[in-house]
Design a protein around this ligand. Structure first.
Ligand SMILES: [Zn+2]
Length: 101
């Protein structure tokens, strides 16, 4: 190498490779380390893949937007029904007053 870095050839037949199965951490608290630019579970210390985290966050964010629109539509629908019920209540009270008198 031009910068003086020594590079050793990798021999895949000689290398001992152990694979540590990835476990999905489901703990709710994450530490964002500015120094190492990494994410870590605050409970078990597992390393969290930043891309996976951002992807999950982005998808969740979109789901929340869709849910927000659904809830806003439902509030409008229920508000309309409530106004109708208030009018009916007012009419019924007026009828009751007329019947009592
Ligand atoms: Zn964890």
């Amino acid at each position: 190498m031009e910068d003086g870095t020594k590079v050793i050839r990798f021999d895949p037949d000689r290398a001992l490779i152990r694979i540590r199965e990835a476990k999905w951490c489901k703990h709710p608290r994450i530490i964002v380390c500015e120094k190492s630019r990494s994410l870590e579970c605050d409970v078990c210390g597992a390393a969290i893949d930043p891309f996976d985290f951002m992807l999950r966050w982005a998808k969740g964010d979109r789901c929340l937007e869709a849910r927000k629109r659904q809830l806003e539509d439902e509030v409008k629908r229920i508000s309309g029904s409530l106004e109708e019920l208030k009018r009916e209540e007012k009419n019924l009270k007026a009828r009751l007053r007329r019947l009592k008198s």
